[in-house]
Design a protein around this ligand. Structure first.
Ligand code: AMP
Ligand code: ZN
Length: 462
């Protein structure tokens, strides 16, 4: 029996879809004004693992993911410039070119990471009419009102506002900015439609003049269009809880008069050096950058799978080195099973399978599931163990069919690379991690990856 943690109730609940074995699921997708960083990708790995667990448990999934190519303002709380418009101005390209380019890179990253694409990919700019209809319906029902710069949701009409984040409106406003739009009835009222200045780069005709949708209405309108009024599951990162998803709930429930999403699930954040990682802070890495440093996309996936999705995960290169070595060991151990002709008692394998299922069904406990895999791998070599590992890999998505012997011989590196590696060893001994990281990058530029080992380090040619 699958149990999942529902952010709405703050409890692990038995998962019961609305209709038989079919799951309707919406996942908030990227705002495509820049490259996805490894933190963003952690959230999509979580989405993918959840989809895989559902499929493994016999459910059919209708999954929708949006691509936000308009309307996401610099601050999630409705102010600042549109992120797409800003990128367009800075990069001197049309917003459509920007969106197309970054969407392409995003899907390449998903592929590298074995993240399955949801069944429906919905681009916000392809659904403007659905959003306009939604806004009109909110106006007709008296949940929204028009002011000079747009149409706003009237929070006072929805007393349950805040039920997902459990934040009181007054607390949310404590830090409210002084430049609140004076025409708004309540400072926390949020835009569902913005009227565009004549020179605004993305705008569409609407009953309220030229304008563009708010970010939150995008997800409400597109989930409703593809999944219906009431659907099973909604995912996103934890940062979406207090504003974006709270606003989606307000819009949906205002329109339908009932609860519209049964389970809300959120992936915790990835940190860098225990601090916030974000595109705007400029301290992010992309998958292609990790690859240049000698880590594969699977090393990164393995790194993510070692932490439960509801726990913060601190990204460090030490952690990545550990993941890379463990993943290589796993593939190498599995290779020995793969080439074996021996068999294993089916009852022994059934025991592992049960443990594995118990772990994944307990709120997607992948670290525990990996532990079961490791325990099984330590059984005497047998082709049955390999077959069962491939079965587990339907959930893990670690390309375990690539099982291969470990590269045991140290590749000889040129003297200048060794010198840098020695300097890095000293920097680490001095706890000068900034210098150690910069030396790692210099080593990478020379075409080598440095891996920390128990006795020192190892240099691999990229
Ligand atoms: P964005 O493209 O900014 O809309 O973000 C895409 C997804 O990444 C959203 O689901 C966010 O919740 C998630 N996200 C953003 N930053 C992080 C982070 N540091 N760790 C994990 N997920 C994140
Ligand atoms: Zn969304």
């Amino acid at each position: 029996m699958l149990k999942v943690y529902n952010t709405l109730t703050r409890e692990k609940e038995e998962f019961k879809p609305i209709k038989d074995n079919k799951v309707c699921m919406y996942s908030c997708g990227p705002t495509v004004y820049n490259y996805a960083h490894i933190g963003n990708l952690r959230t999509y790995i979580f989405m993918d693992i959840l989809r895989r667990v559902l499929k493994y448990d016999g459910y059919k999934i209708k999954g929708v993911m949006n691509i936000t190519d308009v309307g996401h303002l610099m601050s999630d709380a409705d102010d600042g410039e549109d992120k797409m418009a800003k990128a367009s101005r800075e990069q001197q390209k049309s917003p459509y070119e920007i969106a197309e380019y970054y969407t392409g890179v995003f899907f390449d990253d998903l592929k590298k990471l074995n993240i399955g694409k949801p069944e429906i990919i919905a681009k916000a700019t392809d659904h403007i009419q659905d959003m306009i209809k939604y806004v009109q319906a909110l106006l007709d029902k008296g949940y929204a009102y028009e002011i000079d710069d747009g149409i706003y949701f009237d929070i006072s009409k929805f007393p349950e506002y805040g039920k997902l984040s459990r934040l009181k409106l007054d607390d949310q406003q404590a830090g409210a900015r002084v430049d609140v739009n004076s025409q708004k009835r309540h400072p926390a009222d949020f835009a569902v439609w913005k009227k565009a200045e004549p020179n605004h780069i993305m705008q569409w005709p609407s009953p309220w003049g030229m304008g563009y949708p708010g970010w939150h209405i995008e997800c409400s309108a597109m989930s409703r269009k593809y999944l219906g009024e009431i659907f099973d599951l909604h995912t996103g990162g934890v940062d979406h809880i207090p504003v974006h998803h709270e606003n989606e709930i307000a819009q949906n429930e205002a329109l339908t008069g009932c609860k519209t999403v049964n389970y809300w699930m959120h992936g915790e954040f990835m940190l860098v050096n225990n601090g916030k990682m974000s595109k705007s802070l400029g301290n992010t890495y992309r998958i292609s950058q990790l690859e240049e440093m000698g880590y594969s996309a699977m090393d990164f996936r393995y790194f993510c799978l070692n932490a439960h999705y509801r726990k913060k995960l601190n990204f460090t290169f030490e952690g990545m080195d550990g993941a890379k070595v463990s993943y290589a060991r796993l593939l190498s151990a599995l290779y020995d099973h793969k080439i074996s002709n021996a068999t294993t008692d089916p009852t022994v394998l059934a025991k592992y399978k049960k443990e594995f299922c118990d772990a994944i069904d307990d709120d997607i406990n992948i670290p525990m599931a990996l532990g079961v895999l490791w325990k099984m791998v330590k059984e005497p070599k047998s082709k049955d163990v390999y077959a069962m590992a491939l079965d587990f890999d339907k959930v893990l998505g670690l390309s375990l069919d690539q099982a291969a012997p470990m590269q045991s011989e140290q590749e000889s590196a040129p003297q200048d690379v060794f010198d840098l590696a020695e300097q890095r060893k000293q920097a680490k001994a001095d706890k000068n991690y900034a210098l150690a990281d910069s030396l790692r990058e210099q080593i990478a530029q020379k075409g080598y990856a440095i891996l920390d080992t128990k006795d020192g380090y190892k240099l691999n040619k990229n």
